[in-house]
Design a protein around this ligand. Sequence first.
Ligand code: PMP
Length: 340
Amino acid sequence: MDTKPDVLAAIGNTPLIKLRRASEETGCTILGKAEFMNPGQSVKDRAALFIVEDAVRRGLLRPGGIIVEGTAGNTGIGLALVASVLGFRTLIVIPETQSQEKKDTLRLTGAELLEVPAVPYANPNNYVKVSGRLAERLAQSEPNGAIWANQFDNVANRQGHFETTGREIWEQTDRTVDGFVCAVGTGGTLAGVGMALKERNPRVQIALADPMGAALYSFFTTGELASSGSSITEGIGQGRITKNIEGAPVDVAFQIPDEEAVPIIFDLLEHEGLCLGGSSGINVAGAIRLARHLGPGHTIVTVLCDSGSRYQSKLFNPDFLRQRGLPVPAWLERKSAIDP
Ligand code: PMP
């Protein structure tokens, strides 16, 4: 028998898939960690599981208790999934600008949603701050406990990637990985994987792929947080040093415009059967930059964070792309040439 006790045991151990065209183009072996194959279809299942398990271990949550979080979507989906298996409830505070698909999936996964206007972190009505205040209030009144998952500053998040994603990449590449690169939302993935790989081989190069509008490229190149421009990608693009990113061993940083990342998403779908969200485009663009930085013959790993099916109304919508001056691939508009 080869069975799993529950769906939580199916989180992680995702395949590492060779990205053919990016590899051919650079002379490196570029591999994508297929995190869209997790049960909640994103990289955030790992963080959700570690955060909830940590809260249970610390006695903060008992069956019937509430998990509160401010999230762009994927963490909420992961938390709702973990909560339903372990018998908790989930309350998600989400900026109303996030994709309809993610909101629908959150409701479908069993989360209760509170939509709030998208305002900067400095504003007290920012979704992260609203979720923190709500959790604090519920923690006083809920008999079975309430926690704030606090994915940005709760380091159980990066611990999850340290113990699982990083170790898996090391083992799956037979210890030959030369470089790892990804974008930052909370920083859990970059810091956790970066620390795990550096611990095993200090020569592994850890790189940040930052979208426009984020402040970390500036931080890791000049020491100052500064940003300009914007990106259509979701779930990434950080403006501050979160507890999860603090101390991340970053050797090199790249700034990736959407014009570079979005065609990669379409290319991977058209030629390699990979249907991915926008942050994966930033990551693969970052892997190509890191490959050029290190030179041919290296093994470079990045993260395929979530599925493109989560962004059909945006990234895969010709009108949405045109409005933002982004190129629309011919196949996205083409009607079938076959007459039924
Ligand atoms: N891509 C997507 C689609 C995400 O939802 C997230 C998480 N916000 C990330 C990338 C970034 O991961 P992390 O939070 O570990 O930095």
